[in-house]
Design a protein around this ligand. Structure first.
Ligand code: IVH
Length: 708
């Protein structure tokens, strides 16, 4: 009894002295936890190794001083891990936990008409205050905070439940992981918009263009694609941002929406400065007019204005429809459109010989980017718009990244738009005749007479083997990442080698010699060696990709895969009939015809013979050929988890598909079994145990598919 008292007394006596150290201990745990995440998961260290070690040592000391604060989750008790729950890097979507929203995520009623906005405002009670905000064009997110910690970050999903993308959201620097205040409610939710700023969006698309990946149409699509990635490191690299515009929860401070946003700002949240409380229709209209132009200077995309009733009691009175609150409305800006001078039409010849007219414009700023070129598609398009150089044309950029020309200034030019220039140039321009608008009769690159295949809108240069952009384009396609993936042989090098007479067709690549390459300016022996190594490695590229690399018209990556599955060698494909080809999914008469034509051309046959001679894979690997016939895994949904020693994860995926099974991302009761490698994701293991789903080792799986 006495002993107990003494102890108590001791603790009480020292508690004041201990308190700062206990706080330090907690702060260090948080700091190191965050540092681990940034180091291992994001690959973006925030502390030097030395700083990290020092802090870790200090934490160990403090934990030794306060054994009652032992926590198995402390960074001293586990090593930093780059495992993201049960995420599989590089796979798309599906691996997020789906969580029900506490409050449904509604959308907003919207209009493009300022009159309707006026009407909406006039119908509200007389004394109403209206908060005007920008409508950010990204994707909505709901951030849950419990005891000051960010615990969930849900996408809108279907409005009732969303994906928890918290690991990706934690990469956004402006979103706090923790709020260190004691005046915050136990739990609350902040909603807002996740955005990819214009600058980041453009850099990302530039990079994707270089790597021949499909471009994102707009920052919204880019942000949404990014948020669903499974690798937070990649998300962090892309640089998302977020603006928050709505706080909900029980017992929140304030009686107005505006006050709540001010409070959220005080707590450290990123709230826009463009928010304004308005008291009249005129003020609202002035806000819209101001931001209609000013928004073009913002770093992120906006597509309208949101009006919200400020008073929360009034909001409650107005209530909700099934889909939208009655206390808010959005005014959407019309697609941006501007007149500019069409300076010149140039013609681009692609790798398949199609000649595409391109409008060269007097540069204009449209939806955040400078536009100076736009495609005119083909001759019919130019005719339908009746445009020619010197016209002032309407350029429009809506949700899509590629600007469109939608018409020309009609009927007579406005004098303020320098109409005089129009008159003077009319004397000097050739008259429209024949093909109209002077669409060339001959290839602008090689001079061959253009042909127009019946039923096609495009004019084409038929000089496949002698037209420089076609020759270079075919080589560029052949070496590209999804085809033969030959590193070091980019557009510029191909152009240089073409000029120097080293490359005329794809087969020439395999005749390149070290001394020829190294003799070129800008290319030393080292890069020559790398290039040759890449060329050598390409000899292992599987048959389906070789087929894609050949560049047969309309035979894209997916079609090539399907054809290669049915015709497992170039020899069988060469003699395929139109009927056999058309029996393949996705192959129609036009593609069948293109394939047959390809094999009728003696020059192609010569190239194929040289490629075969060089050692390219002109037939499917034996394992592939065997595997295509099995349906051992038909109807099964199989999850792959962990790392493997016999095959790569992609190879296992291919094997599953080749045997009729389906590879899925997450474990559910529908999962047939899990192909489990080393270090299988703990979440997946737990779920499998709960649902009683079988785990198959790599060897067991291989036995299963080979056994008869
Ligand atoms: S308020 C219950 N405010 O617009 C009302 N939404 O078209 C919740 N959005 O799903 C929305 N900026 O993703 C609100 N300042 C803003 C907004 C905004 C963009 C988005 C949001 C919403 C969509 C509706």
């Amino acid at each position: 009894m006495t002993k107990y008292k003494v102890q108590r007394c001791k603790v009480d006596l020292f508690s004041e002295i201990e308190e700062p150290e206990r706080e330090e201990l907690k702060a260090l745990r948080r700091e190191l936890e965050e540092a681990n995440y940034k180091y291992y998961v994001l690959n973006m260290p925030t502390l030097s190794d030395r700083e990290f070690d020092e802090k870790m040592r200090r934490l160990q000391d403090l934990e030794a001083m306060f054994p009652d604060m032992y926590d198995p989750k402390s960074p001293t008790q586990h090593v930093g891990s780059d495992l993201q729950r049960d995420n599989v890097q590089g796979t798309k979507g599906k691996n997020f936990e789906q969580v029900k929203h506490k409050y449904p995520m509604l959308s907003l009623a919207n209009t493009y008409s300022r009159e309707e906005i006026e009407e909406w405002v006039r119908k509200l009670p007389q004394d109403v205050e209206i908060v005007c905000e920008l409508k950010y064009d990204g994707l909505s997110i709901s951030l849950w905070y419990e005891k000051g910690r960010l615990v969930r970050a849900l996408t809108r999903g279907d409005g009732q439940q969303g994906d928890d993308v918290i690991d990706n959201i934690r990469t956004i620097p402006s979103i706090p992981w923790r709020i260190e205040r004691n005046d915050i409610p136990d739990s609350f939710e902040l909603r807002g918009e996740v955005l990819l700023p214009w600058e980041r969006f453009e850099a990302l698309n530039k990079e994707r263009e270089e790597q021949e990946e499909p471009l994102f149409a707009n920052p919204r699509n880019a942000a949404s694609g990014t948020l669903k990635l499974q690798d937070p490191r990649e998300v962090a690299r892309r640089g998302l941002d977020a603006y928050l515009y709505y706080m909900i929860g029980e017992d929140l401070p304030g009686t107005t929406h505006f006050e709540r946003l001010e409070t959220a700002k005080e707590w450290g949240f990123h709230i826009s400065d463009a928010i304004q409380v308005c008291h009249s229709v005129d003020e609202v209209m002035a806000y819209i007019a101001y931001w209609d132009t000013e928004r073009k200077n913002l770093p992120v995309a906006t597509d309208g204005i949101v009006l919200k009733v400020n008073n929360l009691a009034q909001q409650d009175e107005l209530g909700y429809t099934a889909k939208t609150p009655r206390w808010a409305i959005a005014y959407k800006f019309p697609a941006e459109k501007q007149l500019t001078l069409l300076k010149e039409i140039t013609y681009q010849v692609g790798r398949t010989g199609v000649v595409t007219p391109v409008a060269n414009l007097e540069p204009i700023q449209l939806s955040g980017t400078i536009v100076q070129r736009a495609t005119l598609h083909n001759e019919d398009f130019i005719r339908s718009l009746d445009i020619r150089p010197g016209d002032r044309v309407w350029v429009e950029k809506g949700g899509e990244i590629i600007p469109k020309i939608t018409g020309k200034e009609e009927p007579t030019p406005d004098p303020s738009l320098k109409g005089g220039e129009l008159d003077s140039r009319q004397d000097t321009l050739p008259l429209r005749e024949g093909l109209g608008v002077g669409f060339p009769t001959h290839c602008p690159e090689c001079g061959a007479e253009l042909v127009r295949v019946e039923g096609e809108a495009a004019w084409r240069c038929p000089n496949e083997a002698g037209c420089p952009p076609q020759i270079k384009g075919k080589i560029e396609h052949f070496v590209s990442r999804k085809a033969m993936n030959i590193d070091g042989l980019g557009e510029e090098t191909i152009d240089l080698f073409y000029q120097k007479g080293l490359l005329h067709n794809i087969a020439d690549i395999y005749d390149l010699r070290l001394e020829d390459i190294a003799a070129q300016e800008r290319l030393g022996e080292k890069s020559a060696q790398n290039m040759l190594a890449g060329i050598e490695a390409s000899k292992q590229v599987p048959w389906s990709r070789v087929l894609f690399a050949l560049g047969i018209r309309m035979v894209g990556e997916t079609t090539a895969k399907k054809i290669a599955k049915r015709f497992t060698s170039i020899d069988t494909l060469q003699w395929a009939t139109a009927e056999q080809l058309c029996a393949i999914e996705d192959v129609g008469p036009q593609i069948a015809e293109n394939i047959m034509r390809y094999f009728e051309d003696i020059r192609n046959l010569e190239i194929l013979a040289r490629l075969r001679e060089a050692g390219l894979q002109m037939e499917a690997a034996v394992s592939d050929q065997l595997s295509v016939v099995s349906d051992k895994l038909a109807g099964m949904s199989i999850v792959i988890s962990g790392t493997f020693s016999h095959h790569s994860r992609d190879e296992y995926k291919a094997l599953i598909e080749a045997h009729g099974g389906k590879n899925v991302g997450s474990v559910s009761k529908k999962t047939s079994f899990i192909l489990a490698g080393e270090n299988m994701g703990p979440e997946k293991r737990k779920k499998a145990e709960e649902l009683g789903i079988r785990l198959l080792s790599e060897d067991e799986f291989l036995e299963l598919i080979v056994e008869s």
